[in-house]
Design a protein around this ligand. Structure first.
Ligand code: GDP
Length: 364
């Protein structure tokens, strides 16, 4: 599962990507500076992991990770192959969620490709390219389905109706995620086509230092515009955070953050947001050798969770011993949790909860 960073050139995408991954992708005041998609495997900040570490004293601690891809800049006309358009669109199709960066800061020294600061116009520019690409996908499919529908095939007629609704929506400027479908229609006809504008999205408003906490007028415009979209909005002073990241000393970084009114880097919030956007949650294993955060889909069962560690664990799954994170912390150790009778034994239908501390029993 991976999230892709998109946005117009010069809005702060590669600065953000560097901030997240510390990989030094080049960042310059020049459109198209990020040509190949850069992929970063980013640790998911999780204070629970530090707490478990302090209780268990393991040899090592391994956090959960999320994959972030920095996708080359998009310009008007990309859906027709302009700029790096087609490559951009192919890369974005491969992602599972979208982090859409919007420039919400003024700075005359940093060129805007369209000449002025207007995050709503920028958002629409990007959306339109993505919608046009999806329209192409829908129309291609519609051509095929139409023939079958004409012969009286009921299934094809249903699909045709759904595709027409998609076509209409896209043509009127809606993204597919904003359209309503029945669950069956969605699963049968929409989901398999992997539309770009159906992917979950988070809008990242890139602001100046002074607006890191309270936002600014641009941010308010963005919030107002995306109200009906079922999307997250995050305010982040990307440039400032990049500067703070340059500091080697942890305490110094912390002091800087507090100065601008933040308890933790906004990028930590963003990473956790991306993780959630990807429908991911964490369970823990806690042993003296290793305390580790593992990633599973929200809704995963105990055997599926075991399968994340090893496929054999899933195949031979017998049962799981489960302690909720809160119980683990309030009793202080596995032994004490057991004593108190708070350790649960769960079978193959158990649905994993975020923060479960798990131990699997399995046949080999
Ligand atoms: P990209 O083309 O979207 O990847 O944009 P970059 O990350 O390369 O950023 C373009 C320019 O804007 C660089 O010179 C950055 O240093 C600068 N920049 C990025 N974020 C901010 C910000 O929050 N405030 C200010 N003032 N400059 C920023």
């Amino acid at each position: 599962m991976k999230a892709g960073i998109v946005g117009l050139p010069n809005v702060g995408k590669s600065t953000l990507f560097n901030c997240l991954s510390n990989a030094k992708a080049q960042s310059a005041n020049f459109p198209f500076c990020t040509i190949e998609p850069n992929i970063g495997v980013v640790n998911v900040p999780d204070p629970r992991l530090e707490k478990l570490e302090s209780l268990v004293n393991p040899e090592r601690v391994i956090p959960a990770t999320v994959e972030i891809v920095d996708i080359a800049g998009l310009v008007k006309g990309a859906s027709k192959g302009e700029g790096l358009g087609n490559q951009f669109l192919a890369n974005i199709r491969e992602t599972d969620a979208i982090l859409h960066v919007l420039r919400c800061f003024d700075n005359d020294n940093i060129v805007h490709v369209d000449g002025s600061i207007d995050p709503i116009r920028d958002k629409e520019t990007i959306d339109m390219e993505l919608q046009l690409k999806d329209l192409e996908t829908a129309e291609k499919k519609l051509d095929k389905v139409k023939r079958a529908a004409k012969t009286g095939n009921k299934e094809a007629q249903k699909e045709e109706a759904v595709l027409l609704k998609i076509k209409e929506g896209l043509e009127s400027g809606s993204s597919i995620r904003a359209l309503d479908f029945s669950e069956d229609d969605y699963n049968d006809y929409v989901k398999p086509l992997q539309f770009i504008t159906d992917k979950p999205v988070m809008y990242v408003c890139n602001v100046d230092e002074g607006a890191a906490v309270s936002g600014n007028a641009y941010v308010e415009q963005v919030k107002e515009t995306v109200k009906g979209e079922n999307a997250e909005v995050l305010v982040l002073a990307v440039g400032t955070e990049a500067d703070i990241n340059e500091l080697d000393d942890y305490d110094e970084r912390q002091m800087f953050l507090e100065d601008i009114g933040l308890e933790e880097p906004g990028s930590s919030k963003l990473i956790r947001g991306a993780y959630k956007l990807l429908n991911q949650q964490t369970y823990f294993t806690a042993g003296v050798k290793e305390v580790r955060a593992w990633t599973v889909d929200i809704g995963a069962t105990a055997p599926q969770a075991a399968g994340v560690i090893h496929t054999d664990f899933e195949k031979g799954f017998i049962r799981a011993e489960v302690i909720s994170y809160d119980d683990y912390v309030s009793y202080g150790s596995e032994a004490k949790v057991k004593e108190a009778g708070k350790m649960r034994v769960e079978g193959k239908n158990y649905v994993v909860k975020d923060g479960d501390v798990m131990h699997f029993l399995f046949n080999v």
